[in-house]
Design a protein around this ligand. Structure first.
Ligand SMILES: [Zn+2]
Length: 147
């Protein structure tokens, strides 16, 4: 990609690490943010979708709340179910209600985020094994009995 070319996931002035934040017609500051309708992809692999939803739900609470969010598709889900917090994995930040868009409205997150999640999930078992081994090595003489 040459410098200055637009990103494949659409141009927006939303910071790169923020996903699932949408344009609000009542708020001019969000005028260049994405519209969730432009990110619907019904052909997205349902298995990956499930994994990503689980990943999003496992995020840590990132920041306080600006009040409950509402579903932009106006599907009737109560606002309180959409949540009011921002979640993070240490790299990306998303609203608590983001998984709802994936689950119910087939919104597909930007490829840069999917790539990140795939890498994270792939490296997890390796990290677990390394932790196990380092714990074994650190255990102080558990096998030596007697005094
Ligand atoms: Zn909805």
């Amino acid at each position: 990609m040459s410098p200055g070319s637009s990103r494949p996931d659409g141009q927006t002035d939303l910071p790169d690490h923020m996903i699932g934040y949408w344009r609000d017609n009542n708020d001019p500051a969000t005028a260049n943010w994405p519209d969730p309708r432009s990110q619907v992809d019904a052909t997205w692999d349902p298995k990956e979708r499930k994994r990503v939803i689980r990943y999003l739900k496992s995020g840590a609470k990132y920041a306080g709340s600006f009040g409950y969010s509402r579903c932009r598709f106006k599907c009737g889900i109560p606002d309180w179910k959409m949540g009011k917090y921002d979640l993070t994995d240490g790299t990306f930040v998303w609203p608590e209600g983001y998984p709802h868009y994936l689950l119910v409205h087939h919104v597909k997150p930007p490829e840069r985020f999917l790539h990140h999640v795939r890498q994270r999930l792939a490296s997890r078992p390796v990290a677990r094994v390394l932790r196990f081994i380092s714990n074994l090595l650190r255990r102080p003489g558990k096998t030596a009995r007697g005094s």
